[in-house]
Design a protein around this ligand. Structure first.
Ligand code: IMP
Ligand code: MG
Length: 215
């Protein structure tokens, strides 16, 4: 079982005023729940765990856009640092796909995969799927079944966040940064209808903002 940093249901987080939050979002957020620095520290350790298990062979890191882009970039920087500062190293190549399953703050049943190279290029490789958050697990399960058709040597999934929710299918990623309460989270590339990706900390959205940015 993957170890993770657990954020409790009654975690109060931090007052917005204690951190730097863009002016345009000041009235939309409840609290800061995971400050940017803590995300970075946890990501550094995930990089080490991943290299321990996958570092023996060419790794293809597959970023699930758009929500995964910040975590992907920071995680790869830490993996690169390990690669260039130790006696052993492996080539790391990247690919990007887009998956869309959300409308407002609700997961929908249809999961669409867009973009990326030919999946056949993953054949025989160690594939690391990098995702922002797993909620029901449906997105990841759909992606995994697609990938298994192209016969990679190994597939591992790292998700920065996993939500504790009764809507979960029971799916758990191989590596988890944080387990979070069942609330809608934004920031660090996680969005609400495309807003809040330009916020460094992971925060809880308030109800007023859910109305304000509704489509
Ligand atoms: P799942 O298929 O239900 O596991 O949902 C996964 C996708 O839904 C994630 O990749 C996110 O893009 C999105 N998602 C789920 N929960 C949140 C959230 O709290 N904030 C922002 N996006 C979320
Ligand atoms: Mg995502």
């Amino acid at each position: 079982m993957a170890s993770y940093l657990q954020i409790a249901d009654d975690e109060k987080g931090y007052e917005l005023d204690l951190f730097c939050v863009p002016r345009h979002y000041e009235n939309d957020l409840e609290r800061v729940i995971i400050p940017h620095g803590l995300i970075m520290d946890r990501t550094e350790r995930l990089a080490r765990d991943i290299m321990r298990d996958m570092g023996g062979h060419h790794i293809v890191a597959l970023c699930v856009l758009k929500g995964g882009y910040k975590f992907f970039a920071d995680l790869l920087d830490y993996i690169k640092a390990l690669n260039q500062n130790s006696d052993q190293s492996v080539p790391l190549t990247v690919d990007f796909i887009r998956v869309k399953s959300y409308c407002n703050d609700k997961s929908t049943n249809s999961v669409k995969v867009i973009g990326g190279d030919e999946l056949s290029s993953l054949s025989g490789k160690n594939v690391l799927i990098v995702e922002d958050i797993v909620e029901t697990g449906r997105t990841m399960q759909t992606l995994l079944s697609l990938l298994s058709e192209c016969k990679p040597k190994m597939v591992k999934v790292v998700s920065l966040l996993v939500k504790r929710t009764p809507r979960s299918s029971g799916y758990r990623p191989d590596y988890i940064g944080f387990e979070v309460p069942d609330a809608f989270l934004v920031g660090y590339a996680l969005d609400y209808n495309e807003y809040f990706r330009d916020l460094s900390h992971i925060c809880i959205l308030n109800d007023q903002a859910k109305e304000k940015y509704k489509v």
